[in-house]
Design a protein around this ligand. Structure first.
Ligand code: SF4
Ligand code: SF4
Length: 227
């Protein structure tokens, strides 16, 4: 899932400084799971903004709304009418959600309230770790299911840099060397021969931005498999 964290409160206050009616808009999917922008976080931020306005003697209306996904037309359409009643929408979704809402309700003003960090997993309660950089050409099959693009600080595809100490990365002693992890995983799988293969330079055309994916069966229903 996409992992994000809330922006510092002072930065958020600055973003809405010139407005009097604010809609804090949450997203019920990734940012909700990583506790950055779901219904609870919307309530918390809205309360903080109201309190800060009261303390500052400023007139400010702050309302709340959360949709299932801010990156999906089906859910964002419900925002259009509501957003028209506010000076600014403070979106607590990831960067994709913020942009999608901004496009859907343009030229209304939409501000981001969270910083989008990475695609990752929940390792333990309250701990999220990066696992994928969406390179567009997944090579996990070759590396025992450990991504060298993400897990190696240098993104090396053909073995370690030689700087690891005690199995830790030379860039950070808190981080395991990805190539130690890859070696150990391939060894356990009896696939060490994978390391003899040379992987050429990464093909960055897979990451030409902005990417688009079209599922022909949905765009042209006549191509869908008949049941
Ligand atoms: S190789 Fe790594 S960055 Fe690329 S898609 Fe697979 S997991 Fe993601
Ligand atoms: S020590 Fe390991 S993880 Fe760190 S940059 Fe070198 S090869 Fe990559």
């Amino acid at each position: 899932m996409i992992i994000a964290e809330r922006k510092p409160f002072d930065e958020i206050k600055q973003e809405i400084l010139n407005y009097k009616k604010v809609l804090v808009l949450g997203c019920g999917t990734c940012v909700s799971v990583c506790m950055a922008g779901g219904e609870k976080e919307v309530e918390l931020l809205a309360t903080e903004l109201r309190m800060a306005a009261k303390i500052a003697g400023k007139e400010l209306v702050v309302d709340e709304m959360t949709v299932q996904r801010q990156c999906d037309k089906e859910y964002v359409e419900a925002v259009i009418e509501k957003a028209a009643q506010y000076d600014v929408v403070l979106s607590m979704a990831c960067g994709a959600g913020v942009q999608f809402v901004a496009k859907t309700i343009e030229p209304a003003i939409v501000m981001p309230a969270v910083n989008t960090k990475f695609i990752g997993v929940c390792e333990a309660e309250g701990v999220w770790a990066e696992r994928c950089r969406a390179c567009g050409n997944c090579m996990l099959a070759e590396y025992g299911g450990i991504c060298p693009v993400t897990m190696c600080s240098k993104g090396l595809l053909n073995g370690p840099c030689g700087g690891a100490k005690n199995d830790k990365c030379e860039a950070s002693q808190e981080k395991d060397c990805a190539w130690v992890l890859i070696y150990n995983r391939l060894k356990a799988q009896g696939k060490l021969d994978n390391l003899r293969k040379f992987t050429g330079a990464r093909n960055y055309t897979f990451q030409a931005s902005p990417s688009k994916q079209v599922n022909e069966a949905y765009v042209r229903p006549e191509l869908a498999v008949k049941k």
